[in-house]
Design a protein around this ligand. Structure first.
Ligand code: DC
Length: 227
């Protein structure tokens, strides 16, 4: 079977990672969660008191940041490592979510991450989830999907995710965070969140996980048949 690139972009918390993880397992593809990379950079900025408005500090930090992924058998997906340390659980916390949109809007940060993402998926056989994969990272990706969902449903899903990890956060606080992130992500200059012209829209508000996975698998199959 020919291996291609699946670009899965869209709003926060509409099921991109969960869907991508399942699709990757079914197709034997690698799954790369690019949001985790921006979250790891944010965590580094937080821990090292990097002033994100100071280009010199940002440049220095980027030279010191090494991000990698390692498959975790238990989770059935890759964990993200920041300078050799597993930060998969830390980067999902609310304080990281609060700062990640600002950090990921910095041009130097995006350039460094995009270059690494292009390197990681250059041989295909990858499903990559993010905001700018189909527009900027892999504009020639064979399969492009843009995912969205009702903001309240997205917030409820995020609340459950956080609760499963032991963090209880008020629903209104999550809705605010998602709205704020949507605005920053969609209006930034570099690599904004926008549906690629040739991406297929998938609204997951009332879709089960199985339906989402089948949607992507079928689209991938149709594309392969036409190649
Ligand atoms: O997918 P996520 O919610 O974990 O992503 C966290 C943040 O990272 C999100 O608010 C925007 C940013 N991001 C980005 O700017 N570009 C990407 N390709 C992926 C994520």
């Amino acid at each position: 079977m020919r291996k291609v690139i699946i670009a899965l972009d869209g709003h926060s918390s509409c099921g991109k990672s969960t869907t991508a993880k399942r699709v990757a397992a079914k197709l034997g593809y690698a799954f790369i969660d690019t949001g985790a990379m921006y979250r790891a950079v944010s965590l580094y900025f937080h821990e090292n008191h990097v002033t994100s408005t100071n280009p010199k500090e940002v440049e220095k930090a980027l030279n010191e940041i090494h991000i990698s992924f390692q498959f975790n058998e238990q989770r059935g997906a890759s964990d993200v490592y920041l300078n050799g340390l597993n930060v998969e659980s830390e980067i999902r916390k609310m304080y990281v979510s609060e700062m990640v949109s600002e950090v990921s809007a910095i041009t130097a940060v995006r350039k460094a991450m995009v270059a690494q993402q292009q390197q990681m998926a250059k041989h295909g056989g990858v499903i990559m989830d993010g905001r700018d994969i189909g527009t900027k990272v892999f504009p020639d990706a064979e399969v492009k999907i843009f995912m969205t969902a009702d903001p309240v449903i997205r917030a409820e899903r995020r609340q459950k995710e956080l609760l499963d990890k032991g963090e209880l956060v008020d629903l209104d606080e999550i809705i605010e965070n998602l709205k704020k992130r949507d605005i920053i992500d969609s209006t930034r200059e570099e690599g904004p969140l926008v549906q690629a012209e040739d991406a297929v829209l998938m609204d997951t508000s009332f879709m089960t996980l199985e339906e989402q996975v089948n949607f992507v698998i079928e689209l991938h199959q149709n594309v392969l048949e036409r190649l």
